[in-house]
Design a binder for this molecule. Structure first.
Ligand code: HEM
Length: 482
């Protein structure tokens, strides 16, 4: 009977073709699982978000609170705030699923960041994967906007004030600031128009864009196949798949092996998020209270992944603002630090594959220890973001080291300019010696009287007498995913 069912389905869906696809190999490389973690946390976000969506009220209209939190009993409070109190304290599993949504959001952004760094440091963005790097970059930007719009929804005092920084930044855009802030925030922030707008962006517009881009990201990945680590001629000793034509791919068949690994990664991701949700509380709305335009909380802070932008806002010296001569167009420090600098950071990220450009397509990763200047730029970039993030916490830092904030700011400003140069410089000097070293994974070798030999020029696999066990351009039909 199964044969007949299979025959029936095969006649319609060409299952034999499919099973050939399922036999394709994935590179057996742990860091390649970071992209999957990002994918799985996105599933968790959508599922827990749907649950929260059943109960959240995207409105600031005042309603009378009747629930488990004694201090607000009988008070008229914004509906959004009240609904988050209900989710947290009255709806079965509400607190747990709200916490899961929160921690999954942090996992999502963190795994995207780590995945980006993996792709960067192993040079996996190079020709022909530039476009997938750009699609990935757009996903990173959207993930940050998804988190930002979600942060504001409970309409509590802390979140509204912190997300209000975004309003001031939007308003600071010369010429278009007013229109932009009206379109995105619905006028004054926070106003009754902001929550419904952010709700629409958070639960529909941004997730749909993320889903679409993940689809494009995966389609490009399947078409171009993974990069894989360059290897020498000891392939036979590793976990290999004989492609049946005397060539080998180091990796796992998509089905059942890689699928089993992915299932384990999925459950590990789910378990980690659940563990955090079970033990670590999140954003305590009951303690912060509803948004109160008349007061400002003592401590205002964005989420950690926006801390670097907050750092720019704190460090930008006031003398950098100016009015464009012969116009009344004012370029404020807020615009420079909230839009121009992050724009430069993301712009550099998007342009990077064209800065470190290769004419020839390359299908192998590179050992970061063997590509001095690219790794140095990466280390400098990471240091820059980390010091800028520290600057976002300047007041806490000032308190901890008992130093006036002004002094701390001067030190941080010098650090944000100097440390990346120092860290990048040291990395370059340390790795420079590796540049000329031979062996798989080298970026360039000083052979050929100075002409460069690409790392991706596959070392010949003596056993199979084919380059990299069959992974060469003419084996594109048979890359690691085959
Ligand atoms: C929602 C966010 C993202 C998801 C779900 C995602 C998912 C994935 C997955 C599952 C893979 C294959 C496994 C791996 O190589 O890790 C992959 C590969 C890749 N991703 Fe992403 N990614 C995201 C964001 C990004 C970002 C921010 C970048 C860079 C700016 C990026 C650039 C790439 C590139 C170039 C590849 C191919 C790497 C190779 O062939 O070795 N992705 N992505």
């Amino acid at each position: 009977m199964w044969d007949r069912i299979y025959g029936w389905l095969d006649g319609r869906f060409d299952l034999d073709d499919g099973s050939e696809f399922l036999g394709k190999a994935f590179p057996a490389e742990d860091s390649f699982l970071l992209g999957e973690v990002a994918l799985f946390t996105f599933f968790v976000l959508v599922l827990t978000g749907v649950f929260l969506g059943f109960f959240f009220e995207p409105s600031t209209t005042e309603v009378t609170y009747e629930g488990s939190v004694a201090q607000y009993q009988g008070q008229d409070l914004p509906a959004a705030f009240v609904s988050v109190l209900h989710i947290t304290y009255d709806i079965p599993y509400g607190m747990f699923l709200r916490r899961m949504h929160h921690w999954a959001a942090h996992f999502f952004v963190a795994s995207i960041g780590l995945h980006l760094l993996r792709v960067f440091f192993t040079g996996a963005y190079r020709n022909p994967r530039e476009l997938n790097w750009i699609v990935g970059g757009l996903l990173a930007v959207l993930a940050i906007f998804a988190a930002y719009t979600g942060y504001s929804l409970p309409f509590d005092e802390f979140a509204s004030t912190a997300t209000g920084i975004g309003y001031s930044i939007a308003k600071s855009v010369p010429v278009f600031g007013d229109v932009l802030s009206k379109i995105v925030f619905g006028g004054q922030y926070p106003s009754s128009a902001t929550v419904p707008r952010f709700y629409f962006l958070h639960v529909f517009a941004i997730p749909v864009a993320i889903m679409g881009l993940i689809g494009v990201h995966m389609a490009i990945l399947i078409r171009q196949k993974h990069t894989e680590a360059p290897r020498s001629d000891d392939v036979a000793g590793e976990l290999t798949i004989d492609r049946g034509d005397d060539t080998y791919v180091v990796g796992l068949p998509a089905f059942p092996n890689q699928t089993a690994v992915s299932v384990v990664v999925f459950f590990l991701t789910l378990a980690s998020v659940s563990l955090l949700a079970g033990f670590l509380p999140v954003h305590n709305v009951a303690e912060y209270g509803p948004n109160d335009p008349a007061s400002t909380p003592g401590l205002i802070m964005p989420d950690w992944f926006l801390m670097w932008v907050f750092g720019f806002l704190k460090l930008m010296p006031s003398w950098t603002s100016f009015t464009v001569p012969f116009t009344d167009i004012h370029v404020s420090t807020e615009f420079l630090s909230g839009i121009v600098l992050p724009g430069i950071v993301f712009g550099a990220m998007f342009l990077w594959p064209f800065i470190d450009y290769r004419e020839e397509p390359t299908h192998f990763t590179v050992d970061p220890m063997r590509r001095p200047w690219q790794t140095a730029v990466g280390v400098a970039g990471v240091t820059f973001i980390m010091v800028a993030s520290l600057a976002g916490m300047n007041n806490i830092l000032a308190e901890v080291v008992h130093t006036p904030t002004g002094t701390i700011n001067t030190i941080l400003l010098a650090s944000v300019l100097l440390y990346p140069l120092v860290a990048g410089g040291i990395t370059y000097v340390v790795l420079r010696g590796n540049d000329s070293a031979a062996g798989p994974g080298r970026e360039e070798a000083a052979a050929d009287g100075g002409s460069s030999v690409a790392a991706d020029d596959p070392p010949v696999n003596e056993e199979t007498d084919s380059p990299q066990g069959g992974r060469s351009d003419d084996a594109r039909g048979g890359g690691p995913d085959d």
